[in-house]
Design a protein around this ligand. Sequence first.
Ligand SMILES: Cc1cc2nc3c(=O)[nH]c(=O)nc-3n(C[C@H](O)[C@H](O)[C@H](O)COP(=O)(O)O)c2cc1C
Length: 223
Amino acid sequence: MTAWIIWSIHWKNKTNLNNIRRNLAWKNSLPDNTAQGGDSNILIAYFSRVGNTDFPDDIDAVSSASLLRKDGELFGNTQYIASLIQQATDGDLFLIETAEKYPVDYDETDALGQKENRERSRPALASHVDNLDDYDRIFLGFPNWYYDMPMAVYAFLEEYDLSGKTIIPFVTSGGSGFSKAVSAIQSIQPNAEVLADGYKVTHSKVDGVTLADIQEWLDGLDG
Ligand SMILES: Cc1cc2nc3c(=O)[nH]c(=O)nc-3n(C[C@H](O)[C@H](O)[C@H](O)COP(=O)(O)O)c2cc1C
């Protein structure tokens, strides 16, 4: 049985977010869905189910795989890590957003993600970075989808020339980690420096990640 299937079963059967620890650091971190165009030379671009799905307000984070609730706010796992990186770096948050929303139902999204991966499709994107020249360092976050990046992240990477920039990947997953994502990013952007020591965390552990954890990872980065 593959790691992903094991984790998937674990997640669906045993997820219990009732004991979400209050993380004081995350407050005021609500992600925006456009780059801010401020003074920062750091962009934090991420894809997440939350932001790409029209969830009803009362969606139950405990029974809905891949969702977090922090102080009443709904977060995707990758979105949450992105928000911590934003706090640690003061960079600009950018949601990689598809034109078509993904289904609310987890299994339907799972099936659609699998189909997109099989077909190597490139979903049309609804969000675009207009001020890419402002950024030197690009944190790129995504959930692992079928041992790969979601196809929307490929669409994002193929839209821009990131030559000369440093790309710092981060991933959340059921256990597969980056799979082949780092080399895939490097082959799409051969003239960017793609750091190998990206941040990875399994989805069952996301709610316990603190700003201090992220800071420690950032302090140890090579690039
Ligand atoms: C379509 C789809 C495919 C997935 N495939 C994998 C996988 O191959 N390996 C894995 O470890 N997790 C897989 N997952 C689990 C997600 O990577 C994990 O729940 C992630 O934290 C979700 O992040 P998000 O809340 O930011 O969307 C998959 C989830 C979905 C929806």
